[in-house]
Ligand binder design. Structure first.
Ligand code: DAH
Length: 340
């Protein structure tokens, strides 16, 4: 009798040895320990056992049940342990690994340079004002002394929303808006997007960024303009920067000038970026045309002022030696991560 019990427990142990899932364990348990299982079946043999041996038989079956139970418990614990081990292995995090700095966000170079420009002008007392990108033709052209037949108004260059409304081609209309609304002294810069119907190439983009500057007060002279712009360009490009004010033309300033600064790429020696000149054009400026001042409701006999407009894309490209404006708008991470 004990022999057959030993055989049963040996059978169970063997089956457990090769069971690798809770599912298999459940099946085995049902087969041996379930209501209709082998061990419960043994109890049914009780009737055929002589009375004096019944207690012994009973206790042996109970012992067998206990041993089987223990074997199942042990195996079940082993399986749980193994599963936990595998899970830990799968979810392991090595906290000593270097973090992936590729994923770190950074400020776009246009923003970096804009903030730099803004801070330089703020320290000189300029306030930042905003203007709309959808603008009245009257402010974008007419009141800036750009007459109806001026080539700048050409449908080829300007995106028209309607007869009287354009997508602004320059930030200069903010000058008009500011003079119409505020009494001098006025000292503002106004950054923003501008739009022109240009085909995209290395130096043209239909959307780009300008920063407009305007100072209106009593007794403002060209010397003030030169002083402020020289200071600005030296702060932005370095103290050794040399500037050159060349006569230029803009309908809303008189006299007007175009300003060159030492080429930052070659330091003035001459290179392909500055076409060998050692200097590169960085902005346009001039004394605000008295007609513009008057049209905005201020007395040009009392007030004078200067204005300037700089291309943010241009000065950013010069600062970093970027030779293709498209890079600023494609958002290629290989480009952007160089400015972290
Ligand atoms: N608005 C001009 C342009 O888009 C740039 C400019 C030149 C602005 C001279 C000015 C200025 O305020 O005085 O080309």
């Amino acid at each position: 009798m004990t022999e057959s019990f030993d055989k049963i427990i040996a059978e169970i142990r063997e089956a457990l040895n090769i069971s690798e899932s809770e599912e298999a364990l459940r099946e085995l348990r049902a087969r041996y320990l379930g209501k209709k299982g082998t061990i419960s079946g043994l109890m049914k043999n009780m009737r055929d056992i002589p009375n004096e041996e019944k207690p012994k038989f009973g206790s042996l079956v109970n012992q067998l049940r206990q041993d089987a139970e223990d074997a199942f418990q042990k195996k079940s614990a082993e399986l749980r342990e193994k599963a936990l081990e595998q899970r830990l292995k799968r979810e392991k995090i090595d906290v000593t690994l270097d973090r992936n700095s590729d994923r770190l966000g950074a400020m776009h170079p246009l923003n970096q340079v804009y903030y730099e420009v803004r801070d330089i002008f703020r320290k000189m007392g300029f306030e930042v004002v905003d203007g709309p990108e959808i603008e009245l033709e009257k402010y974008n052209f007419e009141m800036l002394n750009i007459p109806k037949d001026h080539p700048a108004r050409d449908m080829q260059d300007t995106f028209y929303v309607s007869d009287q409304i354009v997508v602004r081609t320059q930030t200069s209309p903010v000058q008009v808006r500011t003079m119409l609304k505020h009494k001098p002294p006025i000292r503002i810069i106004s950054p923003g997007r501008v739009y022109r119907n240009d085909d995209v190439d290395a130096t043209h983009s239909p959307v780009f960024n300008q920063i407009e500057g305007l100072y209106i007060d009593k007794g403002v002279t060209f010397a003030d303009l030169k002083g402020v712009l020289n200071e600005f360009l030296r702060k932005l490009y370095g103290q050794a920067t040399v500037t050159k004010f060349r006569p230029g033309f803009f309908p809303f300033t008189e006299p007007s000038a175009e300003v060159d600064a030492t080429c930052t790429i070659c330091g003035g020696k001459g290179c392909p970026a500055c076409k060998g000149a050692g200097m590169i054009e960085v902005l346009g400026c001039g004394m605000v045309n008295p007609k513009v001042i008057e049209d905005c409701g201020l007395d040009p006999e009392v007030y004078s002022g200067y204005a300037f407009g700089l291309g943010l894309d241009r000065i950013t490209n010069i600062k970093y030696g970027i030779t293709d404006i498209r890079l600023l708008y494609e958002n290629d991470v290989r480009f952007l991560k160089q400015f972290i």
